[in-house]
Design a protein around this ligand. Structure first.
Ligand code: ADP
Length: 199
């Protein structure tokens, strides 16, 4: 099964992707984590992305499309993957569809985690407090505003893109973590009974 976890910054995509990885053995493919790893390792790619990420803007499509394709071809993705934080633009979604099609695969389901802006802002503020000074470089109140604006401008149009494909399911991302993960499991079980290949 190939699954996209979709939602604004702070909606819990990373948390739920990790739970899915544990429960279903589907690797979490987080472009944010991959980019942060590249920055930490000081690679050329990391150097190109550092300032962009710190401002809350999106790194160029071709960069994330490239790292996702390379990661997807690793053997642990043979049974599928959970895409977390990718795609974030229409060209990325089109590239993902084309990449999977070339491998005779497809996105089976897209789960949108719906969370109100006020809750997103307070979650990220809490994350900053909890980090004790070691917060992510882009977890700053000013940057969060830009990340939200970028989400609504560039990423939210994907809701329509996946609705048209009949793949979008919306889950209440404001429930407690285990409630959200139960809802996601229920969605996947229903999709499995409907006969989505490999779910
Ligand atoms: P969050 O969803 O909490 O904002 P991520 O870890 O997914 O955090 O992403 C952090 C940053 O990494 C983004 O603000 C962006 O700069 C960059 N990034 C991650 N994924 C992508 C992507 N698919 N396309 C472009 N930029 C990305």
């Amino acid at each position: 099964m190939n699954l996209v976890l979709f939602g604004p910054p702070g909606s819990g995509k990373g948390t739920q992707a990790k739970i899915l990885q544990e429960k279903r053995g589907l690797p979490q493919l987080s472009t944010g984590d991959m980019l942060r790893a590249a920055i930490a390792a000081g690679t050329d790619l990391g150097k190109r992305c550092k300032a962009i990420m710190e401002s809350g803007d999106l790194v160029p499509d071709e960069i994330v499309i490239g790292i996702i394709a390379e990661r997807y071809d690793q053997p642990d993705c043979a049974k599928g993957a959970v895409f977390d934080g990718f795609p974030r633009t229409i060209p990325q979604a089109e590239a993902l569809d084309a990449m999977l099609k070339a491998r005779r695969k497809k996105i089976d389901i897209v789960i949108e985690l719906k969370v109100d802006d006020a809750v997103l802002i307070s979650r990220v503020e809490q994350r900053i407090k909890d980090s004790g000074g070691g917060a992510r470089a882009d977890d700053r109140p000013e940057t969060l505003q830009n990340r939200l604006a970028v989400y609504y401008r560039n990423t939210a149009p994907l809701i329509e893109y996946y609705k048209k494909q009949g793949k979008l399911v919306t889950v209440d991302g404001m429930a407690p973590i285990d409630g959200v993960s139960r809802d996601i499991e229920a969605v996947l079980d229903r999709a499995g009974r409907r006969g989505c290949v490999g779910v």
